[in-house]
Design a protein around this ligand. Sequence first.
Ligand SMILES: Nc1ncnc2c1ncn2[C@@H]1O[C@H](COP(=O)(O)OP(=O)(O)OP(=O)(O)O)[C@@H](O)[C@H]1O
Ligand code: SF4
Ligand SMILES: [Mg+2]
Length: 327
Amino acid sequence: MTTNVLEVKSLKTYFNKNKKTIRAVDGVDFAIGKGETVALVGESGCGKSMTSLSIMGLVPAPAGKIVDGEILLDGMDLVGLPEKQMYGVRGKDIAMIFQEPMTSLNPVLTIGDQLSGVIMHHLKVNKKEAMKRAADMLDIVGFADPKKTLKDYPHRLSGGMRQRVMIAMAMSCNPKLLIADEPTTALDVTIQAQVLELMKDLSRKFSTSILLITHDLGVVSELAERVIVMYAGQIVEVSDNSRLFNEPLHPYTEGLIGSVPTIDGEIRRLESIPGNVPAPGTELPGCRFAPRCRRAFGRCTQEVPEMRTFEDGRSVRCFLYDEGVEQ
Ligand SMILES: Nc1ncnc2c1ncn2[C@@H]1O[C@H](COP(=O)(O)OP(=O)(O)OP(=O)(O)O)[C@@H](O)[C@H]1O
Ligand code: SF4
Ligand SMILES: [Mg+2]
């Protein structure tokens, strides 16, 4: 039996904007096992980043707030943890890398100062030991001359190298969980592949669990063991990687997969999903996907589908899988 590093239970993260409530994350449940890579996918605005920022304790306040649920890291609930304690968790137990590494690196500090700063803070070692660990980490993430890179400033490095630095920084305290939010979107395709390969290697080597957030289903198929599909603040499908692509359950997943090019460049295009995601703050009486679903039927606009889990471990939120419904 695998132990779960992370368990998210009934998470609700809402925003208040112009007296309207935006349910950015609206009752999300999932778990990540030790060493497991789980992808979180879905169109823009479906709540992927807010889910990860909730886990990191970085929901933009005061407009945004976790209003309900639990986020258990090795059994410890992070919701409501005082900021001082959360500050110790962030970077040490859970590390995060973002799309644009330049925004997370300080342009006026050398790579060595930034890496060693994080290491000193979390591992309580002196500067010399931290610099040594920083050089080791740069070596691990593939820098040919780590000692030289320690003295470089961020602008001297290419986008791909900066992302390697961010990965080195994220992994330097051996976190239990690495959250990567669109980690390769800003990089060109060859470099993307190298960065993904690196993340995969490190996750294996250190048994780090990864929550990978991406629009790119090609990246998902390469890296993730399990996939969570989100739509309008809710999870609509959870599946293992191969079955998600070969036998998607939810009509939304079918649509997402339908608009993906295959690896050999052919477009295996069914059709893209018609319509748009509901505007933030929209309340629908039935299934949130109903206005765009080509398989919608009577019930779909009146009742809210619950998540249903099958014996094979997959889950789906759709009336088509209720007993007695002809598909
Ligand atoms: N600061 C904010 N104030 C109000 N609403 C917000 C704020 N940040 C996000 N939201 C809302 O929360 C919802 C989820 O946003 P989130 O950033 O999690 O989406 P996402 O899935 O990460 O999208 P993308 O793929 O574009 O990064 C959106 O409807 C968005 O409008
Ligand atoms: S519940 Fe109905 S509208 Fe929603 S995804 Fe399933 S078939 Fe489509
Ligand atoms: Mg996002």
